[in-house]
Design a protein around this ligand. Structure first.
Ligand code: DGY
Length: 323
């Protein structure tokens, strides 16, 4: 008898077709995620659940769904939506999809960095509001990139790919923070591991690539923005929870920093009344960094492989909690 599976959203056929073929699966068809209650309802009695970063998976979920649950396969590299320690205690394997969205995410960091540095939002709004009156010698003055310093917070795969683009493309000097030394970054990019304090003080651009955990939650607050240069551009393609958004708003409106580019916010979507929406020097995207054909297909393939391996009791391609 095939395993019972709930897939919490429609994902690319590159992974979904095999899940449909090899399991008894139900796929959530809506554009919006199932509510926590509906997620549980659909997962009761399942052996495996394929989740997205917007699905909260915790002890209450595991209690409600039942002891037959063997695997949670997350369609994302980040897994802060899952209490994986609780999963481990219960012998439930948790999978993620690293390595295949490195370039797409680094490209998005670059898109945000360039847009924020060169007043692109302000320019687009100027044109769409029919306020473009003439060529303005004093208007839309942005920041230069060549020869500046990029500070990478979290020198993992995506941080490295972002640093590489800026070092080889614009000759930027690369500083980084990391839990450990990164000889590859030191050797290939001439990068230097520094304290966060030094990185903030010396960087013209700061790009966040750390995962969200208790140590990194709200790590960018009032004092971190105050420590940055007034010409600095702040970019976050990691997780919104890393940033205190009220402090960022204040830094952007008081001229403490020049601009910001965000692919992630907390919560997502950004609340309707978030004042960040109104700032011309804050470019915000709806969490699209992995949104390329190749990345999303590869994420679907890995998520399916992880799910099917976990159901069969085999090691996953990418398991975050080796059991
Ligand atoms: C991830 O995979 O964690 C990304 O944030 C989703 O694109």
């Amino acid at each position: 008898m095939s395993s019972k599976v709930f897939v919490a959203r429609n994902i690319p056929a590159a992974g979904l077709d095999r899940i449909r073929e090899l399991t008894d699966c139900t796929v959530w068809p809506d554009r919006l995620p199932p509510s926590p209650g509906v997620l549980i309802e659909n997962s009761i009695g399942c052996h495996g659940v394929l989740t997205l970063l917007s699905d909260r998976i915790d002890a209450a979920f595991f209690d409600a769904v039942g002891p037959q649950l063997k695997v949670i396969s997350n369609f994302a590299v980040g897994y802060n939506n899952i209490d994986f320690e609780e999963a481990t205690r219960r012998g439930i394997a948790v999978g993620n999809t690293p390595g295949v969205l490195t370039d797409s995410t680094a490209d998005t960091a670059l898109a945000l960095l360039l847009a924020a540095a060169r007043c692109v939002r302000e320019g687009i709004e100027n044109v769409s509001r029919r306020e473009w009156l003439t060529w303005e010698p004093m208007g839309f003055i942005g920041q230069d990139l060549v020869g500046k310093t990029i500070g990478i917070v979290g020198m993992g795969r995506i941080g490295h790919a972002t640093g590489k683009r800026l070092h080889f493309g614009w000759g930027m000097n690369v500083l980084y923070t990391s839990r450990t030394d990164k000889p590859d970054a030191d050797n290939e990019l001439g990068a230097t591991r520094v304290s966060l304090e030094q990185l903030l003080a010396e960087s013209d651009f700061v790009s966040v690539h750390t995962d969200l955990n208790p140590e990194t939650t709200r790590m960018f607050g009032a004092s971190e923005f105050a420590a940055m240069k007034s010409n600095a551009v702040f970019v976050n393609t990691a997780r919104g929870g890393v940033v205190d958004e009220a402090a960022l708003h204040s830094a952007l409106t008081t001229g403490q920093i020049f601009a910001a580019g965000l692919d992630v916010t907390d919560p997502e979507p950004l609340t309707g009344d978030s004042p960040l929406r109104e700032l011309a020097n804050c470019v915000i995207l709806p969490h699209i960094a992995s949104g390329t054909v190749a990345s999303r297909n590869a994420m679907a393939e890995i998520a399916a492989d992880n799910l099917l391996a976990g159901l069969a009791g085999r090691p996953m391609r990418h398991q975050v909690n080796p059991l």
